[in-house]
Design a protein around this ligand. Structure first.
Ligand code: TYM
Length: 337
């Protein structure tokens, strides 16, 4: 059976960018394909420690899994939930892939550039972070990896590393994830998702942004979130069109509206095309986001820590078996075994 896999760091609360860009698409895919695919949902806790963690990492981990359930995840025997650091093969394969990846390709990663910009000292984990991500994916031969657009470059790197290893040994050791265009198609989208900063829509919405109005956290009071949408930056064009280049603020609102209601972006664009009242669109999106948060927040604490731990233990048993089998294959190829 093929595998669909994704992970979200748990350094702080999630934004609706994380939620709409990665988590919700993953849950929708999982529920659609959980009879035909392995569904691997893991917490990249080793990725979390590359930077400061807000609050207690252990608590954040449990909460982040509850979020999948609050988003509607249905579980059966094909759905596997695990913590990265409980499957040591991830770090082991990361080391081996570090010896395959080049400094040049890692230096080109936009996220590395962004995270290291202007800093006098940067930890090496930030540099090799995409290699660990590649290990997370390749250990399970995951072909589909639903992530937001900002992670596409890392997916391409994962593909390159898989091809490099396969070519080195002249045999298919790894299954490379499919190309990003195909990933997007599989997610039922036309383009990768990048939810924008509400104040400065040229940039992506980010947890680390200092302006509270620029981001909606999944824990925001629904009323507060609605106000943030109402005050989102738009433009002076005066006509509603989907044009991320010239009208990023308006386009962002159309994108949010489509994802929240699980309708094709094209339908939302057609509904609003040519309308001139930005306030009407804002009100509609504010209502949608408010309703989504109300349902989500009511559900998030319904599931107990004990139940989550049970899922984790079962998931980690499964993940260790699959990952160790792949690791051994790689170790043999490299003559380490
Ligand atoms: P992370 O934790 O930064 O983000 C989690 C997911 O949220 C998406 N995302 C967004 N999508 C749309 N608009 C935004 N504004 C936005 N902000 C964040 C990200 O694209 C991501 O999908 N390296 C990963 C975690 C990871 C992983 C993996 C993912 C580690 N190993 C293996 C998949 C497979 C990360 O830091 O995502």
């Amino acid at each position: 059976m093929k595998t669909i896999l994704t992970g979200l760091r748990v350094n702080s609360e999630l934004t609706i960018g994380n939620y709409l860009g990665a988590l919700l698409p993953m849950v929708r895919l999982a529920n659609k394909y959980n009879h035909d695919y392995n569904i691997n949902i893991f917490v990249p806790d080793l990725h979390s420690i590359i930077s400061e963690v807000d609050g207690d990492l252990q608590k954040n981990i449990l909460r982040s899994i509850k979020v999948y359930f609050a988003a509607g995840l249905e579980v059966n025997e094909n759905v596997h939930i695990y913590r990265q650091s409980y499957v040591p093969a991830h770090s082991e394969l990361c080391w081996i892939l570090n010896c395959v990846a080049s400094m040049g390709e890692l230096s080109r990663m936009t996220q590395f550039k962004e995270k290291s910009e202007g800093k006098s000292s940067v930890n090496a984990g930030i540099f090799t972070y995409p290699v660990l991500m590649a290990a997370d994916i390749l250990l399970y031969d995951a072909e589909y990896v639903p992530v937001g657009e900002d992670q596409f470059q890392h997916l391409e790197l994962t593909r390159n590393l898989a091809f490099k290893v396969n070519n080195k040994f002249d045999k298919p050791i790894f299954t490379p994830p499919v190309k990003t265009e195909k990933q997007v198609e599989f997610m039922g989208l036309k383009n990768g998702v990048r939810i924008r900063n509400l104040v400065d829509p040229e940039h992506k919405m980010s947890k680390s942004s200092r302006s509270e109005n620029s981001k909606i956290m999944m824990s925001d009071a629904p009323e507060v979130a609605a106000k943030k949408i109402m005050s989102a930056t738009t433009d002076s064009v005066g006509k509603i069109e989907f044009d991320m280049f010239n009208q990023p603020g308006i386009s962002n609102l159309l994108q949010i509206e489509a994802l929240v209601n699980d309708v094709p972006l094209q339908d939302v664009i057609s509904t609003w095309a040519g309308e001139t009242h930005y306030g009407d669109l804002k009100r509609k999106v504010a209502d949608s986001v408010k309703a989504m948060l109300e349902v989500f927040q009511a559900r998030v604490d319904e599931i107990s820590d004990e139940t989550i731990l049970e899922y984790l233990l079962a998931g980690e048993e499964y993940a260790n078996i699959v990952a160790n089998r792949k690791l051994l294959e790689v170790q043999k190829a490299f003559s380490l075994r």
